[in-house]
Ligand binder design. Structure first.
Ligand code: ZN
Ligand code: ZN
Length: 276
């Protein structure tokens, strides 16, 4: 399609089907100008809050965007929990001080609050696959913000059990990681050395859902659920494990335990959202 036809098509569909906010269903204001948000050459270092507003403005109204909260220091230097007090330096939270984790650090771009919970729900369960692009870019930007370039060798999603995968049809996190290559071309971000492994870490046991369980029950529920295949691919590698939501960290900690036991260099964790 030529550019003019594309623009006309966009105007026409916006007139016939004016876009609504995914969360509160109010009509969205048309974007100012005609900029394509994904092709803007935006500096990787600009703040996460600004990135979030830019990425989500095609899907959420201004009020809902205002409800999204970026994770910022001071936070737990291990699990990434943002502290209530907005003053002081990063340090270990009491939970990470008393029960050391199998992963090194965990980070997330956004707090898991009402609006973002609904956005993730739309993506995972309501077929809003178009969110893979902004959410994938958000993850990639958080990765570049919290990790030094060349500090990770292998990226892998937390695996779903085959039964869950059949029900849902896709691993929602893998889809986000897969979008990175397309996005990286538009950012000053070279990902060519990054190895993506989707079938080394496997979920061999179908566990009951973690929701509704307490910290200890979650850890007990998930213990022994993961195994490794073809582990030669990851020995001595620095691993980034990716998940959608970090709640108590029980799932990623169990994955990290299995990976560390088989001789990876270390495991770091990146999630879309951090429960507080
Ligand atoms: Zn809204
Ligand atoms: Zn912590």
């Amino acid at each position: 399609m030529s550019t003019i036809v594309k623009k006309l098509y966009k105007i026409l569909t916006r007139t016939v089907f004016p876009p609504k906010c995914l969360v509160c269903r109010s009509f969205l204001n048309p974007p100012e100008g005609d900029n394509d948000r994904f092709s803007e050459a935006v500096d990787l270092s600009s703040s996460l809050q600004i990135q979030v507003e830019r990425l989500m403005s095609e899907y959420l109204c201004r009020d809902c965007i205002a409800g999204l909260i970026a994770v910022e220091s001071p936070l737990c230097s291990c699990c990434g929990l943002p502290f209530e007090s907005r003053h002081g330096l990063d340090h270990r939270c009491s939970e990470c001080s008393t029960s050391p984790k199998n992963f090194r650090i965990a980070r997330a771009p956004l707090v898991y609050e009402q609006v973002f919970t609904e956005v993730i729900h739309c993506y995972k369960y309501k077929g809003k696959i178009q969110l893979a692009r902004p959410l994938g870019e958000l993850l990639l930007r958080a990765f570049r913000l919290f990790w030094d370039k060349d500090s990770i060798d292998v990226v892998m999603p937390v695996p779903l059990h085959s039964k869950r995968l059949r029900e849902r049809g896709f691993n929602q996190v893998l889809l986000l990681i897969r979008s990175w290559q397309a996005i990286a071309g538009q950012l000053p971000s070279d990902l060519s050395d990054l190895q993506i492994e989707n079938d080394v870490l496997v979920r061999s046991v179908s566990t009951a859902p973690q929701s509704g369980l307490g910290r200890k029950q979650r850890a007990a529920n998930i213990k022994g659920a993961f195994g490794l295949l073809d582990e030669a691919k990851i020995i001595d590698k620095r691993i980034l494990l990716v998940d959608d939501v970090y709640t108590t960290g029980a799932t990623v900690d169990e994955c990290a335990r299995v990976l560390m036991h088989r001789g990876v260099a270390h495991v770091d964790v990146l999630s879309l959202a951090r429960a507080v």
